[in-house]
Design a protein around this ligand. Structure first.
Ligand SMILES: *Cc1c(COP(=O)(O)O)cnc(C)c1O
Length: 396
């Protein structure tokens, strides 16, 4: 009997009832704009910032309209100017180089290793090309953060972390987003908390926090924030920092607060699913598991494996066969960008130098979402399907 999976790879869980109630309360009073509060009312957005800062152990937090907006705001706040080079991962998603391009700066791509993390040797060679690194923890894989921070600190390179896939992850116990100068998170539907769209930015740096707050469109209402620097920090920058509106609103904040309280539990549930799939794929001939370093606490909201040195035709055949059995694999090595996937050389607004060893890896990266609507049995079944189809094509 040929097993078929009938679940959906894009169906998230419903918004928790507590969040629905909180959202209804905001809708009923109608004060959706974050600065539209009555005396004594902090507002959902300010409370969200206060709670997320505490959860992450950060001094300051700013909630914004999207993860990509948080990245661009971080770049502006650290002083990136039009024409400046900014180092970033060759293996990432389009909003990352897009945020760099949005401030008129130029992405300089750094290669990827078989662990799907930034190639630290390639980074070392390029560190003197730029003063900022936009580090994308793509698909939740953390590089050796100790070595990376040592190298960047020594070279005076400011690190902005793109934690769109690492909210809740950690490196040697330190939460992802706490090593660099700024950590940026996405609250978009496919990430670890879901408000449709939304972003969070954290930092311990007073000046960066004040600038980011002004940039986000605080006008002169920054005193209403609960996780922003004291008013004096704004005195120095308030006349010289432009307003690039991208605020979070109270409706989204209301939806996010209960979800963030459940993050630890959700991470556990993701990892139970991830571990089932990984175990089911292990020792499949022709398939390389992406091993997770001991120092890393990951969030298995998606899983990757490699079909290294396979021909494009054979990979396409695996994808076709899995799809016929209900398993959706994404391929980062496809010649044309499709759906969410694309390669660094398809972002043609940015010049890129060839990265042959990265090209070899990207050509074989298979990627799959693991929504929490999957049961553990679903995960076992999905692994069996991939295993048998990879096996069949590998032998042929
Ligand atoms: C989703 C995502 C972003 C940006 O998030 P948005 O909220 O969609 O703007 C940034 N980086 C990566 C790697 C992402 O997957």
């Amino acid at each position: 009997m040929t097993e078929i999976f009938t679940g959906s790879f894009t169906q998230q869980e419903p918004i928790p009832e507590e969040a629905v109630e909180a959202a209804l309360a905001v809708l009923r009073h109608g004060r959706l704009h974050r600065y539209n509060v009555v005396p004594g009312e902090p507002g959902e957005t300010a409370l969200l910032e206060q709670e997320f800062a505490a959860q992450m152990g950060a001094k300051y937090c700013l909630a914004v309209s999207s993860g990509g907006y948080a990245l661009a705001t971080a770049l502006r706040a650290v002083g990136v100017q039009s024409g400046d080079p900014v180092l970033t991962n060759a293996f990432t998603l389009a909003p990352v180089p897009g945020s760099i391009a949005s401030v008129g700066a130029k992405p300089v791509f750094v290669g990827v290793t078989e662990n799907l993390t930034i190639d630290l040797d390639d980074l070392e060679a390029k560190l003197n090309h730029a003063r900022v690194l936009m580090l994308s923890h793509m698909r939740g894989h953390l590089c050796d953060m100790d070595r990376l921070m040592q190298m960047c600190d020594a070279a005076g390179v400011v690190v902005i972390e793109d934690c769109a896939h690492t909210m809740g992850a950690a490196w040697r116990g330190q939460l992802s987003g706490r090593q660099g100068a700024v950590g940026c998170y996405s609250c978009q539907t496919y990430k670890h908390v879901n408000s449709g769209e939304g972003g969070l930015l954290i930092t311990d740096d007073e000046e960066l926090a004040a600038k980011a707050t002004m940039l986000s469109g605080s006008y002169m209402l920054f005193e209403r924030h609960l996780a922003a620097p004291a008013p004096e920090a704004f005195e120095k920058i308030k006349y010289t920092t432009p307003n690039v509106s991208g605020r979070m609103d109270n409706l989204r904040a209301a939806i996010l607060r209960p979800q963030l309280r459940e993050l630890g539990r959700q991470v556990q549930r993701w990892n139970e699913r991830y571990d089932k799939i990984e175990a089911g794929l292990r020792d499949t001939p022709g398939l390389t598991i992406v091993e997770r370093p001991e120092e890393e606490t990951y969030v298995g909201s998606s899983i990757q494996f490699l079909l290294l040195d396979w021909s494009p035709e054979h990979i396409a055949e695996v994808i076709r066969r899995c799809a016929a059995r209900g398993v959706e694999l994404k391929w980062f090595g496809g010649a044309e960008p499709t759906g969410f996937t694309s390669r660094y050389d398809s972002w043609r607004y940015a010049d890129s130098e060839p990265l042959p060893s990265s090209d070899r890896i990207l050509a074989g990266v298979m990627d799959m979402r693991v929504p929490l609507t999957f049961s553990l049995d679903d995960c076992r079944l999905i692994a069996r399907i991939i295993r048998s189809e990879v096996g069949s094509v590998f032998q042929s």
